[in-house]
Design a protein around this ligand. Structure first.
Ligand code: 13P
Length: 346
């Protein structure tokens, strides 16, 4: 057992505090720059720093966000007043987390499938991040649905990587967020998504078991069971909630402290509505906390408003906190469409 076992349980509990969720802001430089370019924001380090400062210093964010996931560049940065981001987050009551995978790369001999890399040297990187103040980590694997895929080989390779990462994190004092994302891309039905997600989660928990990971010292970050983005038959909010809950109940051990969903390309309102429906209807049956760990579905309104302009920071922060608050309500089953300022559910 890790010498950090009790600390890890305490961190996981704090991450999963009632009414709170996790802000994913760990976009790699490449992904962050791509989102900047879409809005004509210059893709340079100073803009990435300024944008992340906007996020972590948003007033009252800590009321709704328990922890935020940083990228390697970001965890080393400071506010314009010289306060390290880690310190600024600690002062705001937000636990610093860190993405430690090095990205999804092409899987050899498996066309159109990916495997996530980053195990080499990971023990040392974890020690450095712990020293810097990080208390949890994230590793994302992607599973693609398509013609004849995912293969068993792809699911197994990714689950193995997640498990090896998780035990290294636990050994070094970081709570691992285990993120197997079944991508929304494609025209598959919700039934296919269910089958692939169930198979993936079973393999992930099997590999975690084989590698001696402690289920009670981790957080699962899954995708929802949902229709493919290009499927002509889009499942309802009720169906996404019931199929996702059915899948999780069949796969996730009760000792796991919490489940925090990624948004995966869903609209902001859909991501809130789905999380809310799960909690409103099924919460009394859950052995775990069920909340959010969204990136796009929390950040996008703020980024759209900011556009790289200092004069827009205050209003952009309000939009960020508004989305965090709505998702906080959804994590308690108290969100409703009428709380939205922009009414259309898209
Ligand atoms: P999205 O919520 O935008 O899917 O991002 C979550 C995340 O952390 C992806 O790794």
């Amino acid at each position: 057992m890790s010498k950090y076992a009790q600390e890890l349980r305490n961190t996981a509990k704090a991450m999963m505090a009632e009414g709170k969720g996790i802000l994913a802001m760990d976009e790699s430089n490449g992904t962050c720059n791509k989102r900047f370019k879409n809005l004509d924001i210059e893709p340079v380090e100073e803009n990435r720093r300024a944008y992340r400062e906007l996020l972590i210093t948003a007033p009252d964010l800590g009321n709704y966000i328990s922890g935020a996931i940083l990228y390697d560049e970001t965890i080393r940065q400071s506010t314009k007043d010289g306060v390290s981001f880690v310190k600024a987050m600690q002062d705001a009551g937000i636990i610093p987390g860190i993405k430690v995978d090095t990205g999804a790369k092409d899987l050899a001999a498996r066309p159109n499938e990916k495997v996530t890399e980053g195990l080499d040297g990971l023990r040392d990187r974890i020690a450095e991040y712990y020293e810097m103040g990080a208390r949890f980590a994230k590793w994302r694997s992607v599973i693609t649905i398509g013609d004849g895929i995912p293969s068993d080989g792809c699911i197994e390779a990714n689950a193995h990587g997640l498990a090896r990462y998780a035990v290294l994190c636990q050994e070094g004092g970081l709570v691992p967020i285990v993120e197997p994302e079944v991508l929304i891309n494609g025209d598959h039905t919700i039934e296919t998504c269910y089958e692939v997600t169930e198979k993936t989660l079973h393999e992930v928990f099997r590999q975690l078991y084989v590698q001696n990971a402690a289920y009670d010292q981790m957080i699962l970050k899954p995708s929802m069971v949902i229709s493919g983005a290009d499927c002509s038959q889009q499942a309802s909010v009720e169906e996404v909630a019931s199929e996702t809950v059915r899948c999780l109940m069949n796969c996730v051990p009760a000792s796991v402290p919490g489940i925090a969903f990624l948004s995966g390309g869903q609209s902001e309102q859909r991501a809130s509505a789905h999380l809310n429906e799960m909690n409103a209807k099924y919460r009394s049956q859950f052995p775990w906390r069920v909340t959010f760990s969204y990136a796009r579905a929390i950040q996008q309104p703020a980024l759209n408003y900011w556009k790289g302009e200092q004069s827009n920071v205050e209003e952009a922060q309000k939009r960020l906190v508004e989305r965090a608050k709505l998702n906080s309500e959804a994590s308690k089953g108290n969100y409703s469409q009428s709380m939205e300022k922009e009414p259309a559910l898209v």
